[in-house]
Each structure stands twice: as C-alpha cells, then as structure tokens.
Design a protein around this ligand. Structure first.
Ligand code: NAD
Length: 469
C-alpha cells in the first residue's frame, strides 16, 4: 500500500537544480519585464496543462498516499488551482498598473507612484499533503507577478513530483518554470540558493531551517507553516450543524490539512450531543470507511504510527478514545476519532495533529476558551461557531490567528480574493489573490521631480530660511 518509490537520484536532481537556476537567471536578465499579455498567456498555458493532465496528476497523488480520494483531489487541489489562475488572469492588468500616491506640500508638483516589478527567479518548496494546490497556488502568483520559478516537490510524493515535472515541461520551457524532485538533501540545498524570493510551505520546525538558510543570501521568505487551529462552538449555535462542519474540516484528506480544526471547545453539557451528531455524520458520509473511495489514507506508515501513538499516549494518561467508524489500519486509513478528557501532558494536545483525530474540550464561560487559545502559540486558523455578531466581533478582537472561519471550517482558504498566511509560529507573509501578486513583486516607489519645483529650500546654503521653519 505504502510502497517506497524513490525514482529520484539526489545527485542528479542537485545537478539539474544548479543548471536550471543559472538558466532561469540568464533568461530573466534577458527579459525582465513580461507584459500583461505574456503573463496571461503563461497562466492560460498553466490552466490548459492542469486540465489536460488532471487524471495523471490525481492518480499520482493517490498512488503516493496509498489512497487519496479522487474527488478530494479535484475539489481541494484542482478546482481551487484553476480558480486561482482565473482570478489572477482577470485581475492582472489592474494589479500591474502603477499606483499614484500623495505628495506633501514641500515637494509639489512632483509625482509619486508605486510601480510593481517582477523580482526575478523564485523558489517554491511544497509539502506532501496538498502537493498540487500548494505548488500551483504559489506558481500562479509568481507568474502573475512576472517571475520565473523552480518548484521543489516533497520526497513523500515522488510519483506526483514526476507527473508534475512531465506535465509542466510540455507547456513551459524550463527557463520559465521547472520542477525538481529528490529528498531532504535537495530541499536543503534548494533553500540555500540566492532566490529573489522563497516561498516555503511545511512544518514550523523545517520553516526555521529554511529561514536560516535563506538569511545567508538575504533571500526574503514567505513561510506557510502549521500549528494547532482551535475551534470554539458557542452554546447558542445548533450543535449538529457545528459537528457536521467541524468533522468535514477534520475528515478532508483524513485531517492532513494545515488548516484542519485541531481541537474543539464545546459548551459544558453539550458534549454528548456533539459526539452523537459526529457519529451520525461520519456514518452518513462514509459507510464502510476502509473501502470508501471518498475517505483518504494517511500518507505513509510513519505518519500512521505517529497518529496511533497520540491515541495510545492519551489513553494511557486517562483520556477516552471514541472512534467514529471502523477502519482497517492495513488499508492505511485511520477512522475519524474523538478524544475526550484530554489534558496538556498528552502529546495530542502538544503537537499539531495532522490526522483525523479530534480532541474535545469543554468550557463554561467563553473567556475560558479564549484564554486557552491566547496562552498557546498563534495558530494558522481559528474557527468560531456563533450567529451573534457582537460575540463574533469580540472573538475577532480577542484572538490572533493566520485566518478565521466563522460558522465553517477550512473554506476561507478557497477564497480567491482573501490573502492567506500565518502569524508568528504559523507563518509569515501572505499569498493568494492580490497579496500573492505583491509578495512576488518589488513594489517600487518612484518619486519624480517636476521641472517647476527646484527644491531651493533644501539646498545649501541653508541659513535663515531653514531656521525660520
Ligand atoms: P515538512 O516541513 O516536513 O516538509 C515540507 C517540505 O520541506 C518538503 O518538500 C521537504 O522536502 C522540505 N524539507 C524537508 N527538510 C528540509 C530542510 N531541512 N530544508 C529545506 N526543506 C526541507 O512538512 P510536511 O510534512 O511535508 O507538511 C506538513 C506540514 O506542513 C504541517 O506542519 C502543515 O501544517 C504544514 N502545511 C502548511 C500549509 C500552509 O499553507 N500554511 C499547507 C500545508 C501544510
């Protein structure tokens, strides 16, 4: 099921990377400012490539995972990638326009503008959990901003990495867009290149290593990291609706989602109703979970063991484990599982879970839940279920997170016109939509002096004119 597939020779990939980087640098120097029409043509080629190769790309992801639901690959990877390309194509001309800024009275009638300019050659490091969307999303922004890009795919998705390389090579010269594969040595070398920008998506611990390597070249980084995303349900919100939406965010890709709800706070007294609704939801969605094509596997044996160890540790320390379905671990699948009676000594409450396990906590007063969130590292997402606008406002003001979902989980990531990014240990910088364009652009300020203002006040001899100011 989880056969090791290591077709990529690290030495060969390192050599490819060195020559691709040189080729892209030279190509950028020769044509540093692609027009809007050229960028739109590239985005159109990207779209056609994805449409043409969607079957092989989705099949490769599924083979890498053991089983990845084809519909999840379409809904969560292909469609949002296509929507992001469409959004960038339609907004590109507006984003590229120099923007006028104000001029203070001393400098009038000069003009101030901010001119977006391509940065050059950018690097994109991709994790294994949504390898298509997390490669194409950053690539879309990089191309819209007029750059060239090299993508490093995770060693856990080698079949997908090869499929993506072949697909993109059909439509792009490698001096425009290229893919490298290989293991951690390639990824480490990759983060040490003098990119004009480096976007890394992955874990917080590796993010620190990437930032350290990038610092050697003063390469600016965008870090899209992980963390434990809290979910809080208010007592007035219908508990069955909350259970369904929270379980959805937890079951997508078997919980291997950076913005999956990590744990949930339920009002005291409503736990039993939540568990019952969660069980009914899972039974409705995935009758016979092990064979169900809509439920994805855990990516590999290492991660399956990691998740099973959380359950064992929690149980040994007194928690109650509530599987919501039967799953055959030999299928590589882990059933959605609730964990009740957790405390901070348990690893499931310390690490980002990144699997279909949901600790359920209870609270009496909303402030208890808010205080818990604020006592922990700033998360990538926060979910709050409530229809009361005053309380929603209070929650937004009282907590800090990369993004927020009100009455829904995960879906904020798919909004083309919202920036996406973490805060503190869950990341830095943003992409998607306009912010993605700006991340991969130098927003160049240009001050243009008018022939009418000699700025005589500013030039020596200063004397009494300056003293009178
Ligand atoms: P990871 O950090 O182990 O690996 C990510 C990428 O970094 C891989 O391509 C890997 O080859 C590369 N890498 C590994 N060691 C490296 C090193 N020393 N230097 C440079 N690169 C190195 O993460 P993962 O297990 O692939 O993905 C899971 C993590 O990613 C979770 O923490 C999850 O929350 C996070 N994530 C974040 C987002 C987001 O958008 N914020 C999206 C998806 C996943």
């Amino acid at each position: 099921m989880h056969a090791v597939f290591e077709p990529h020779d690290n030495q060969a990939e390192l050599a490819r990377l060195a020559s691709l980087f040189q080729a892209q640098r030279a190509a950028f120097a020769a044509a540093p400012f692609p027009s809007a029409a050229q960028r739109r043509a590239q985005l159109s080629r990207l779209k056609q490539t994805l449409l043409k190769h969607q079957d092989s790309l989705c099949a490769a992801i599924s083979a890498d995972f053991g089983h990845r639901s084809r519909h999840e690959s379409q809904l969560l990877e292909l469609f949002p990638s296509l929507a992001g390309i469409q959004h960038a194509s339609s907004k590109l001309a507006r984003w590229m326009k120099p923007r006028r800024r104000g001029v203070s009275i001393w400098f009038m009638p000069a003009s101030n503008t901010v001119v977006p300019q391509p940065l050059g050659v950018v690097g994109i490091i991709v994790p294994w959990n949504y390898p298509l969307f997390l490669a194409i999303g950053p690539l879309t922004a990089a191309l819209a901003a007029g750059n060239r890009a090299i993508i490093k795919v995770s060693e856990f998705t080698p079949r997908f990495g090869e499929a993506l390389r072949l697909a993109l090579a059909e439509s792009f010269d490698e001096s425009e867009v290229a893919v490298v594969n290989g293991g951690v040595p390639v990824a480490q070398a990759f983060s040490g290149y003098a990119w004009d920008h480096l976007l890394f998506t992955g874990s917080t611990s590796v993010g620190k290593q990437v930032m350290r390597a990038a610092a050697e070249n003063l390469t600016p980084v965008t870090l899209e990291l992980g963390g434990k995303s809290p979910t809080i349900v208010h007592g007035d919100f219908p508990i069955a609706t909350a259970a369904e939406r929270i379980l959805h965010g937890k079951c997508l890709n078997a919980g291997q989602t950076c913005v999956a709800p990590d744990y949930v706070f339920i009002p005291e007294g409503q736990q039993a109703a939540f568990i019952e609704a969660a069980r009914a939801t899972v039974a409705r969605w995935y009758p016979n979970l092990a064979a169900n094509p809509d439920y994805s596997a855990v990516v590999n044996g290492r991660h399956l063991s990691r998740l099973q160890a959380y359950l064992q540790d929690a149980q040994e320390k007194g928690a109650q484990i509530v599987p919501l379905a039967d799953a055959d671990p030999a299928s590589g699948k882990l059933a959605p599982t609730l964990v009740l009676g957790v405390n901070e000594t348990m690893s499931v409450m310390q690490d980002e879970i990144f699997g279909p396990i949901l600790p359920v906590l209870s609270y009496r007063d909303l402030d208890e839940a808010i205080d818990y969130v604020n006592a922990h590292p700033r998360p990538l997402a926060l979910y709050y279920f409530d229809y009361d606008n005053a309380r929603i406002g209070r929650m937004l003001a009282a907590t800090t997170s990369g993004g927020v979902g009100i009455n829904e989980t995960v879906m904020h990531v798919g909004q083309d016109d919202l920036p996406f990014g973490g805060v503190g240990p869950s990341g830095m910088g943003h992409y998607h939509g306009h912010e993605g364009f700006e991340t991969f652009s130098k927003m160049k300020p240009v001050f243009a002096q008018s022939r009418l203002n000699g700025l005589w006040m500013m030039r020596p001899p200063y004397g009494p004119r300056v003293e009178r100011l």
